[in-house]
Design a protein around this ligand. Structure first.
Ligand code: DAH
Length: 339
């Protein structure tokens, strides 16, 4: 029995040397030390051993178990250390490898321009509102003081859906929708898409974008409008921009004006970019016509206001020196990549 115990120890220890994984290690443990393992089987023969030899044999059996257990433990430590090392090696990053190019997305130049416009007016307390692109004649024309026979309708060749429903020709329609829903004070801007039956060329598109502005309160003056739009021009085109207000006509404002900025190319002396005038038109504006306020039921003896409207394409073209509006819609990456 003594020999058998020693042999068992030799076998177990040499089996452990070849073990290459934690799973195999467990198998060896079961094979030698498990309930159905070799050591248990040997000890079952203890009954036949003469009583005086038993203590010595028992001691040897314990030593054998301890020796095999110790060997199992140290093999286990070694195997786990190797596994950790292998894991770390697999995760290692080779910092000398060439990187993957990251192509971050960004807004279309028109989106960037719209965001910038909204941001500037938000900074002056204006809230962004929106309205539908399919409008009734009431919102698009009549309530804005453009009745059926009004010559201003000729400027807006429109796409009609039914007799009195059309694709909106201007974001000014949102003025009416906003005033119908709210009481003054009102300070909103309304960005959005508009449609006109225009032939497409360098400066025209049947579909384009505008931002409308509206402020209604008590005691609003033309000077307030001038201040807001002068600050807008400076934030949009730079602090040194020179702007001017030129008398104009719009049915929904009285008095009305167009705002120009001095041509940055010739600094006002006249060149091809500004058609020799020295100025570039940026937007339309004016004091809201009392009839428009009356159309939404406002008390015109108490409230007045100003409004303005600008084309997003036009502003982007001025800001970036783009001379063909069609570039915005072609989605040529060589163009878009520049913004
Ligand atoms: N609706 C005008 C257009 O489409 C732009 C405009 C001009 C809007 C003057 C206004 C304004 O609110 O006061 O050409």
């Amino acid at each position: 029995m003594q020999d058998q115990l020693n042999q068992l120890r030799e076998e177990a220890l040499s089996a452990l040397i070849g073990v290459s994984s934690l799973e195999l290690l467990d198998e060896v443990r079961r094979q030698y030390l498990g309930k159905k393992g070799a050591l248990t089987a040997l000890l079952r023969g203890m009954g036949q051993v003469p009583a005086e030899e038993r203590p010595a044999l028992g001691k040897l059996a314990n030593e054998t178990r301890e020796a095999v257990e110790a060997a199992l433990e140290s093999r286990k430590d070694a195997l786990s250390a190797t596994a950790v090392a292998a894991g770390l090696a697999a995760e290692a990053i080779d910092v000398t490898m060439p990187g993957k190019a990251q192509l971050p997305g960004r807004g279309h130049p028109l989106v960037q321009t719209e965001r910038r416009i909204c941001e500037i007016f938000a900074g002056m307390g204006f809230e962004v509102v929106e309205g539908p692109e399919v409008e009734t004649e009431w919102y698009n024309f009549v309530a804005l003081n453009i009745p059926e026979a009004h010559p201003a309708r000729d400027d807006h060749e429109s796409f009609y859906v039914t007799d009195d429903v059309l694709l909106r020709t201007e974001t000014s329609a949102v003025q009416i929708r906003t005033m119908e829903k709210r009481e003054p004070p009102i300070r909103v801007i309304a960005p959005g898409r508009v449609y006109r039956r225009d032939a497409v060329d360098r400066t025209h598109s049947h579909t384009f974008h505008q931002v409308e502005g509206l402020l209604v309160d008590e005691g609003v003056r033309f000077g307030d409008l001038k201040g807001v739009l002068t600050i807008f021009a400076q934030r949009m085109f730079g602090d040194d921009v020179v702007s001017r207000f030129r008398p104009h006509y719009f049915p929904f404002t009285e008095p009305s004006a167009e705002v120009d900025i001095q041509c940055a190319t010739c600094r006002g002396s006249g060149c091809a970019v500004c058609g020799q005038s020295g100025w570039l038109e940026v937007l339309g504006a004016g004091m809201v016509h009392p009839q428009v306020l009356a159309n939404v039921g406002y008390d015109t003896s108490r409230f007045n206001g100003f409004a303005f409207g600008m084309g997003i394409e036009r502003l982007a073209m001025l800001k970036y020196g783009i001379d063909d509006i069609r570039l915005f819609y072609e989605n040529d990456m060589r163009f878009l990549d520049q913004f």
